[in-house]
Design a protein around this ligand. Sequence first.
Ligand SMILES: *Cc1c(COP(=O)(O)O)cnc(C)c1O
Length: 236
Amino acid sequence: MGATSVRVPNTAEHGHDLAAMANAVTDRTRLVIVCNPNNPTGTSSRKADLDRFLDTVPEDTLVVIDEAYREFVTDADVPDGLRTYGNRPNVVVLRTLSKAWGLAGLRVGYLVAQPEVAVAIRKVLTPFSTSLVAQAAALAALDAEPEVKRRCAIVISERDRVTEEIRRLYPDVPASQSNFVWLPLGDRSAAFAAGCEQRGVIVRPFQGDGVRVTIGTPAENDAFLAAAELAAKSAA
Ligand SMILES: *Cc1c(COP(=O)(O)O)cnc(C)c1O
């Protein structure tokens, strides 16, 4: 879109470095993206740090809080962007029905912003960006909240189990508030992913950074843990 992207490295703990991000804002900065929980590391920013960040960023710079994984958050210190920051004119919150709600194949989500911001976005929105079928499915899904919560609870408990187990191999796996775990394997990422694939498990390597492992059913997670044991040896 003709914008210049400024990337700020994560902290040593693999999360957003909100202080460095605030420092990187200049009078040319129009928009800052805070992904909370973050993809692909699963880490999350806590309220005190976000409060400080939002108090530092100029009022005319939009802060987009991407909460695609909000439904998997269990840490009470990780704020709900809508409830906590919805009164701030420069905050925009993104949510999706692609993850917890299981509608990735229909591509539907939503944005919440002050009317002035929403009006500006509508002017550049692709026409018919969500289909009628997707909208009907979204409304039906939103009516099935207890079922979604039940499924999220399973994913959350499996996420915590996989994190604990995989830390026997890789102790520096960060805590995840998402539906995946992050293995900070650096240069070993590609070899580890290839080792898993040989054993029928597909994980996502990010060249030179790490590997993202999506939580599946308990049996799928067991298959991953068994594959990881062997892949770790070939990637050592
Ligand atoms: C999945 C995801 C989204 C939204 O995906 P859509 O399918 O386009 O709704 C947004 N942000 C992050 C970080 C995601 O992982």
